[in-house]
Write a protein that binds this ligand. Sequence first.
Ligand code: C2E
Ligand code: MG
Ligand code: MG
Length: 574
Amino acid sequence: MNLATVFKPNLRLYSFLSRFRYPFKKSYKSKIMLVAFLGTHVPLLSLLIYFIISTSLAFDVKVRVIVIALLATLVGTALTLYALHNLLVPVTLTFVALRKYLSHKELPSLPTEFTDEAGILMADTSHTLKKLDEIIHYTSNYDDLTGLPNRVLFRSRLSQAISQEQSNNHLLAVISLELDRFKDINNTLGHSISDLLLRSAAHRLSNCIRELDVISSFDSNKFAILQTHITSLDEVITLSEKLLNALEQPFSLDGNQIYTGSSIGISIYPHDNSNVELLLGNADNAMYQAKQKGRNSYQFYSAELNANLQERLNLENELHDALKQEELLLYYQPKFSLHSERIVGVEALLRWNSPKRGFISPAKFIPIAEETGLIVPIGEWVLRTACAQNMTWQTEGLSFIKMAVNLSASQFKELNLVEMTAQILDETGVAPSYLELEVTESMLMENVQQGITLLQELHDMGIALSLDDFGTGYSSLNYLKRFPIDTLKIDQSFVRDLVLNSDDAAITQAIISLAHNLQLSVIAEGVETKEQWDYLKANGCDEIQGYYFSRPIAADALAKLLASHPTFPLSHRT
Ligand code: C2E
Ligand code: MG
Ligand code: MG
């Protein structure tokens, strides 16, 4: 049914009444009420006129009839007006709902269960306003072409994220990314292809980010990405490389093979600024620098972060060659038994003697080796060299001692760790009881069951196992019981202030008695003073490792120490 043919609008009466002043001009209800009032008085007026012109009825009859008719009209009018007032509620409700939405963007909650015209008016108004609101929200917050959040929504998310991160010490990265060669593509292949390119690029970029991050279409060929909850800049580097890589692959669009790349600029909250506009501006500036440097690259805004990044990249490149160029070597630090007063073992500690930089601290290069995976071949080299060295000392007739080697988390995840260790023991001829592997709690906690199985296999071979840096990680007693560990190594952070800080002293005592109760031996690392030594001895610690006895030293120096001082020199004890 065509509503337009059924409903022929006739606004004559409505516009006639609208000409009158207050209340008819402004109030629809008063127009209806007026018409109803007049309508209900027609019988009374007709009666009155009839009585005036009629002479046949007695006067008192006329008066009685008129009074009754008047009363009936009054009651009838009152009831009619009251009912009409209530029946007009849907119209007034709809009117109020529309006004509220227009002035305050407030969505109505009109009833939707009625099926007559007034009911449908309310339901349709409610539905239409909701739809309208969604469309307005979408068009003002999202980009039409890519469907990604636009700059308005991005700014508001960034400002929300800044206020959240103020309470937890995370970093935020604002990444500004521009497609390279976009103008050329647009000029040569036309708008429809460049639109397709933007859509596909948006899709690829969206696949690189996590759900909690935000990606936005900023300008024609510019995207902005907000990376949240960052704890290290490496996470930003990894994401930037992923984004560059995603756009480096050619796009196949409408029969065209299109190669584009991108340039990325990064600003970091709170390092570079805490203000939304400045963070965005800084990321843009960095992006322009990246463009000038050559395409397909990323650049941090701050010179300091760029210098760190450069330094890291240089170290990473040099570390690749270090193993081949034989720049790596091992130092050995003795472990001294407080019971037998003898050196009972050594810990092999990796050193990098770079021809360019001199000795580099493991704290600086081991994390890089971990991230690049280089720790796996390096770790294998450490194990082989340490075992071979132990065999050399044994064949030289020096005391048989345990060689402790640190394992890294990545080595622990390698499937062939057990086979590789067995093979090295076999190759070098070292008995498993003269090898000790140091692991950390965090390594084991990554996959507890797998950790237990692996440790058990190593333990079954006769290799000793110790838990390094104990007390700094989870220190879960429940797990401790399940790991086949022989020794706990009290972390040096507790040993450092042992004599001055009663909390550290209490923790150290607790670790010693915990170890003994679990039938484990306990060693303190980082012992630098006589006071620490005496305290640990008095509290039943089994072994000591630290500068007080000896720093980590080269293999020949250790051989001399073993040969000339099998026991701790008396001079140290005074
Ligand atoms: P770690 O296994 O806890 O080694 C103990 C660290 O404390 C060593 O630092 C050692 O030189 C230092 N140290 C020993 N006694 C004292 C002392 O009295 N005072 C002070 N302040 N420090 C002392 P280093 O050699 O710099 O090694 C640092 C960390 O690097 C090691 O901590 C270990 O986690 C890692 N690492 C070293 N070599 C290797 C390796 O071959 N493989 C793996 N995966 N990690 C290694
Ligand atoms: Mg260690
Ligand atoms: Mg340690």
